[in-house]
Every structure is written in C-alpha cells, then in structure tokens.
Design a protein around this ligand. Sequence first.
Ligand code: ADP
Length: 936
Amino acid sequence: MARVLIADDKSENLYLLKAILEAEGYEVISARNGAEALGLIRTNLPDLIISDVLMPVMDGFTLCRECKKDTVLKAIPFLFYTATYTDPKDEEFALKLGAEKYIIKPQEPDDFLKIITESLRKKKAKPGKKPGDNKQDEAVVLKEYNEVLIRKIEEKMLQSERSEKELRQYSEKLEKEIIEHKKSEMSLFESQQLFKTLTEVTPVGIFRTNPKGETTYVNPKWCELSGLKPEEALGNGWIKALHPFDKVNVIRNWEKDIRFEGESNAEYRFLHENGDTVWVIGRAVPEIIGDKVVGYIGTITDITGRKKSEEALRGSEEKYRRIFENVQDVYYETTVDGIILEVSPSIVTLSRGAVGREDLIGKQMSDYYSYPDERNSFISMISDKGYVMDFEVSLAVSEGIIVPCSISSKLVYDKNGDPEKIVGSLRDITLRKEALNALRESEEMYRSIYDNSNIAILLTIPDGTILSVNDCACRLFGRTEEEICSLGRNSLVDLSDKRLDALLEQRRKTGKASGELTFIKNDGSTFQAEVSSVSFRDRHGNLKTSMTVRDLTEQHKAEADLIREKNKAEESDRLKTAFLHNISHEIRTPMNAIVGFSALLEDPSIDEATRASFIETIINSSNHLLSIITEIIEISNIEAGIIKLKKQNVEVDLLMHNLYDQFKPLASRNNIEFDMTFCPERDFIVFTDNTKLIQILSNLLSNAFKFTQNGKIRMGCRKTENELQFFVTDTGIGIAHDQLERIFDRFYQVEHLETRHFEGTGLGLSISKAYAELLGGRIKVISEIGKGSEFHLILPIERLPDIIPGRTQTDTELNFSRTVKILIAEDNINNFNLIKLLFKKTSIETLHAKNGEEAVNICKSEKNIDLVLMDLKMPEMDGYEATEIITKLYPQIPVIAQTAFITDREKALNCGCKDILNKPFSKAELFGMVAKYLKI
Ligand code: ADP
C-alpha cells in the first residue's frame, strides 16, 4: 500500500487526514512543518506528499520547491491542501512550483480520496512534474512566492481574526454551555446525592437490574434484608440468599416476568447465614428509555412481622382448635335463647360417655339443668350482668347421670351491639366436690380435735403473736381466747427460761421444735409443759406456727409417784426374796416335824403316851404350816383385791375372852404376865367381820408373845362414842422409831441380831393393816427399843340394832329331817376323807367321784342327790365341764365349787356353780354353805 506524508501544523487536520487515509489502507507519515516534513521525506521516500501552505519553520511552498529541486524527490506527487485560498494565482503559483494539485479545504473525504488515488495513478503513469518547467525566473518565482505568501498571511490573519472572533463567540457560548452543564451536572449530582441518600436510608430494599434481570445495584436495606453484601448480590448472586423453600418459585417467576418485560410481584423469604428468616414482598417494574427496556427497578419490603403474626394467628387458631377438641372442660355456644350451637367433644367425657357433641347440638340448654332454681339463677345472671363466673350447677346430661359442674359463660354481642350468642365452659367438679367434702370432713375432724383436745393448742405467727387457741389452752392458762390473743407476743412463756432460745433456734432452722418450757398462768403461777411447735405456710403463703402445750405438772407428780412406787416395788421385791428364803425355813420347820414324827409313828415299839405326844406335835406343826400357807394366800387375795367381808353381829366381850383364853396357856408357858382390860358394856355388839377381827388381834397378840421374852402383855378394848379401840401392849424388844412405818410393809421384818430367833413371814402386820382398813379402821403403833410396843386397832362402831344377838355360824350344826345325799367330786382322797369326817355326826350321806366323768355318771344313776361339792381341777373331765353337764341335766341340784385358786371363781360361776368354797375351808364354812343351799 502507498505511503503518504502529510505536513500540517494543525494537529486536528493531521488527525483527520490520517484517519481518512489509514481507513483506506494508506501508510501515513505526518509532520508538523515543512522542515520536519522534508527530513521525513528524505528518509522515508513517500509515494505522495500532502502539505499545508502556511506552516511554521518552513511553509508548504518552500517544501514543494525543495522537493521538486531534488532529483530523487521530485517524482513524488505533491499536493497542497489548504484553507487559505485567497486568489487563483496561489494555485497557479503552486502548480508552477511543481505541485500536482491545489486542494481547497474543506473537501469531501470521497473527493479527497479520489484526488489522492488519481495522483498516485498519474505518478505511476508519468513521473511528477519538474519545477521550473515553465523556466520561470527564480526572482519572478520569489516575487510571486512573496506575494502569495503575503496574501496568504493576510488571508490567514483575516482568517485568524475571524477565527478568533468565532472562537471568542464560541468560547462565550461554550462558557455558557459549561455553566449550564455545570448547573445540570450540579442538579444531577444533587439528585444523585438525594437518590443515594434516599436509597441508603429508605426502609425499603431497592435493586436495579439490566434487561436480562441481572442485578446491577442494591441499596443497604436490600443487603440488610437479604443478608448479603452489595458485591455478593450483583449478577445472579442474590439467588443464593433465597430461602431454599422459595428459591425455585422465585427464580421461575422472575425469569417469566423478564421474558414478558412485565411487572413482577412476589412474596418470599431470605435465609440468613445465622438461620434467621426474613420475609419480603418484592416488586419490580421495567425501566424504559424510549421504547426500550433498559433494566428493572425493584423494591423489597420486610413483611416478617406480618408473616409472624399471620403464623402466630394461624398457630393460635390451630392451638385453640386443638384446645377445643382436646380440653377436658366442655366449651359450648348457645343462641341467646339457649339453643345449643356448638359443644366441644369433651362432652363425651363429662357425660361419662352418655352423650356426644352431635346429640346436643340444636337442643335446649335449659333442659339439662337438674334444678329449676339453678337454671333460673343462671338466666337472670347472664341477662343482668352479661356473664356468669364459676357458677355451680347440677347437669342431668343423660338419664340418671347428674354431673356437678362449674359453669362460666358470657354474652357475645354482634356489630350492632345486640346480643348474638352465649359462649361458655362447663367444668366437671365431681372430684372438686368430693375433695371439698373430704376437706370439710377433715376440717371438721381437726376442728373437733382442736376443740376437744385435752392438750392446749396455740396458733401463732413467727413473732410470737397468738392468733387463736383452743378451749384446753383457755382452761390451762385460766384466760379466755380473747384475753390470750390480746396479751401480746410471748406473754405466756416465762422468758427467763434458758431453754427458750434453743427451742426458737431449733424451730428457725428446721421448722419444728419440741422440748420443755416454763409457762405462766393467769394467776402468775408457773408450770412446766411439754411444748411442740411446727411452722407451716397457710394458703396465702404466710408463715404460721401451731404449738401444742401439755401441762407436765400431773405427769411430773405421777413420775415422782412412779419412782416412789418403783423404789417400793424394788424394796418389796427385795423383801420377797428375803421372804422366800425365810418362808422356806418357816415351811421346812413344821414340815420336818410332820415328816419326822409321822415316820416315828410307824415304830410299833413306842408306847401310847409317846405316840400321843408325836401326834400332838404333828397336829401342831400341821396347824402352823396351815397358818403360814393361809397368810400367804391371804396376802395374795388382798393384793388381788378379792377379799370379801362377811359382816355379822359380833359380841365383842365374847370375842375378847375367847382370844384371851386362847393365849393364856402360852403366857403361862413363857412365864409372861398376861391380862386383859375390857371397857365396853357386856354383850356389846358391833356389826363387823368376826373372822378378820379375830385375825388382826391374834396377829398382834402373836407378835407380842413372839417379841417379849419376859415382862407383861396386856390386851384390851376401849370404847368412844364412834370407835372401838383394841390394844395389845408388851414389854418386849420394841421397834426402832425409823422402822415403825415399814413394819406394815409386806414381808418386812426388822433386822436385828436376834431376827432369826423369831419365826414369822413378815406378812402378819400387813395383812392386819389391810383388814383393819377393809373394816373401815386403822392400826397405830407406839414403840421404843428395849421397852416394848403398843399396837392399837381402831374400828368404827357399826351396829344393826334390830338384830337379835345370836350365836355365830361356827356353832351351826347340820340337822336335817331326812337323810341328805351329797356327792363329793374330789380326786384327792385325803380331802374327800376330811369332808366325810366332818359330815360324820350329821344325817348326811356322802358319795365320792374321783373325776368329773364319775360325778356326771353318779348324778345320772343316783336320782336323789341333794348337793354336789365339786373340785374344779380333776383328771379326765374337770369340774367345769362336769358342772355344766350336771346343771343342764339336773338344774335343781346345787353344785358348790371347792378350789384353792382365786382365778377359778369367775369361770366356775359361769359354768353353773351356785357358790364357791375356798380351800382350805373350816367346818363352819362347809356347814354354812350346806345349810345355805339345803335350806335348813
Ligand atoms: P412377822 O411377825 O411374821 O415377822 P409381822 O408383819 O407380824 O411379821 O411383823 C413384822 C415385824 O415387825 C416383825 O418381824 C418384827 O420385827 C416387828 N414387830 C411386830 N410386832 C412387834 C412387837 N410386838 N415387838 C417388837 N417387834 C415387833
């Protein structure tokens, strides 16, 4: 391609020409003036030269001349391209200089190019013109050259002036335009700023996309809602912020909206990295410039709150639906007139399965009230107040099923304020009622315990103020409840009691405390009490304390008594042990005599007198043994409390004389002076137990003789107005003062060196004392060691004046007009023989049965038995069984039990025995019993 050099001092001309030529494929070399051009021409040898005329350093004419002068360069076509065309002579001058063409600006590019092409074609066809072909004179050329240049310069100056003027005008215009531009730029900036600020502060997310829907801009709010950074949102980056549940839908709809270039609306969620979900409503509209969619502008608005409340609403609706279906209470709706509109399914449970929801809808609510009163009250409450709260009714939900319910209802009004329906709930309060009744019962029970307790109960608050007390507390403190409660804190307690602080501390730590404390009564006296307190919270949560106070005065007294009793029992036990030792000796002594002398009797060689003395010894020893055993039985009977008095009229002088006679031989034997003083009138009679009286006085006399070696013993009786005072005095060993009380204790014997010299059981005085008391009297003793003793028996005088004095039972003889048959059931042959012997001189015939069975058989075989003496303890069949059979078969036969055991008595009487003979019994007792039942 051809190479073209362009010389022009104006760069815009250079740029324009260069652009046209290069577009056509020419290689272009450019120079800013003639001199630079000439240098480049020489080095590059272009195919064509285009030059301006007026240029600094070297003008175009000079350049042309220089080229045409050069033998190498002259062949290169030279074109002038100038705007300063002033005169045709200029073109003429240029052609003269050898230029191919003188082109005047502006020239159409196509025309310009045609000239270029033409010049190059011509160059190929013929070499370029040579300057000076016209053989013009150098001076003429110069002159012309100067003229042309001057013209050109003038023209140029004019042109410059014009241009300057135009330029000035243009620059003024430009300045105006710039100011205008600046202004619009400013307002644009301001509006941009405003837009920027708005987009930054707006509570709405804003985004902008290109026509393809790819994001080009997002505002901060958009980023906040989506959880993305602005750069992350660009393009399709925003998609990753979408909630997985919404992604597919949102993308599909967005693509569709873009395709149709329409508006886009959507509700969707963003899922943040931290798991938060943000609901938005999005809206985008196409941005149209001209009639072309250049993108979309859209907003997203946070609707999370709305969505949440919608969800909450849905949740709450669901929740209430579930409650409605599952709640135990029954929810119901009725019309204002009571027609049931809705009932929750729980009616099945409430009605014990009797009715379901469907059974009730459409029915009249009032029909289910058991009591018209309750129904009327409900209706009047709901119409008066518009609501009913926790009103108890009994509903007859079905035949025979009445459920106690608590009903709460209210009237619901429509938009116009008119009553629309009644809604409410029913609660089955069966359990509540039962619990309430149980509570009431238990309250009543505790109230009655509280009221009737014999322990004082106080209710206090922690500071010691008393709230209430029971009756027992009032009695204990000698004040009314009001008085006690108004006393103020801790007024009942003796605050100086050191145990108080410890008890309070104990209760503070553990909530309860117990111990002993000193309390103060109304009269100021104090007493010890056992106190036990427990703290509890009442139903309002207030701390209270219930305290029981048990007066220990009696208990302490009883304890002291008990200790005394215990000591006494221990002493008694000790005495009993001593007694057992003693008793074995006491029993053995007469037993030895009995056994020894009985054995001697077997010797056939002893004479009658010796035999008689042996027999006497045996009898005496037996009597002695019997008296010991009798004493033991007596004391047992006294202890068992089963001693019965047999009072009768007793001739006191006779009794005294008998006793005196009884002891007289003993006095003579022991060389003791023995006398008797007797004060009551002769034949003086008292109504008392003869046997017991004799026994007491015998005991006293026996002791007097036992403990008096020598000297004097006196017995006697004095009479006062109301009392008989028997006395026995001796001049014996006497009793120490400190022992005087104790000698009446059971088994007690004064210990002294000679003790074992005196026989005895230590029971005589305690028996005597007990008998004296049974007879309504007492025994007193005065004694001095070494000098003697004085025992007094004091008895009240009791008389039955209308009773004629007579002989005592001991003298009773049994004389019957016929032969009387008595069956003796007794396994011990000796006992049987004794009874047989006693009956010997009477008209009584005895029969013997060795056990119960024999007794029954004899009763059956011997038709006319008058009385049975029944031993209770027998082999084969005992006396109880035999008695039962006999009394059943022969109720007319009296059966008398004979026993040594007091425990048998009750049982014997229950089995049918008429009476009981205590073994060993005397002849008189035996005869008395027979006489009593065979009615002499
Ligand atoms: P016993 O005589 O069997 O020992 P008592 O109960 O009759 O039992 O008497 C208890 C004790 O009282 C006697 O052991 C004796 O020490 C004392 N005592 C009773 N009477 C007299 C008395 N008259 N003189 C001295 N001591 C007596």
